[in-house]
Design a protein around this ligand. Sequence first.
Ligand code: CP
Ligand code: NVA
Length: 306
Amino acid sequence: MVLRHFLQFSDFGTEEHQWLFQRAAEIKRKFKNYEKYHPLADRTLAMIFEKASTRTRVSFEAGMYQLGGSVVHLTTGDSQLGRAEPIEDSAKVISRMVDLVMIRTYGQDKIEKFAEHSRVPVINGLTNEFHPCQILADIFTYIEHRGSIQGRVVAWVGDGNNMANTWLQAAELLGFTVHLSTPTGYEVDQAIAGIRSGDSYKVFRDPMEACRGADLVTTDVWTSMGFEAENEERRKAFADWRVDTDMMKVARPDALFMHCLPAHRGEEVEAEVIDGPQSVVWDEAENRMHVQKALMEYLLLGKVAG
Ligand code: CP
Ligand code: NVA
């Protein structure tokens, strides 16, 4: 098989994403019915974390075991990664012993360099620039609740961060529109987001206007991992970018609310919204595991039936 990586959402084409959503549904169905499914028996996933995680760790680890494989968990602190062993060397060594690697790190350049020297597929488990596994889960969740996302409007309220960049890549590939509202100084940079044109998003100064008529309203923390030194400054800049019940009222009546989690109630989202009837955040979190199982299966076995 040709070696493929999933370092950003646009590494896969539209039809491949549709395949993953379909497989995720089938793999989830098996899981819910306690059907044993071990296509990755004897395969090993190495998970490398340079930043904290709850969902990514549990979903990849549980997912790999459920597919019959096993995992190795590494962090910067407990490996030579934290003692300046070159990325190229780490990639060459680790990828000789495992079948698949998932990395959560800082710059996208680091994961790209790792992939360049890896013998096995590499998956982005979050970088400063992108969070493609999360957007896979979010869109799969949207499809489960509302059907195809094509032609829909997704309102992004908050930071022009890794999640926002990835939403934009997904919009280009899957044919929906993102309404972006970020405070001044925290806009999305189209070049960093890696999108071809400005056709799939619209920028709004007022977050309320971004939410008007939206099918999905979504946000994320004001301060992402790695940017903690800017916390106080960001609290002030983002004060008007809190998703509240008024924003949800101007969205479509059947609009969903999503948040990749972890969330800070009272900061980027009101408790009434995230804990309210339109919120699907727990489905989003669970679906991380199902879509990633489909992703691991696809990277290692291609399009399988069963
Ligand atoms: N949403 C997400 O990636 O969560 P963790 O940081 O807990 O992995
Ligand atoms: N944007 C957040 C997402 C956490 C899952 C971060 O990068 O910290």
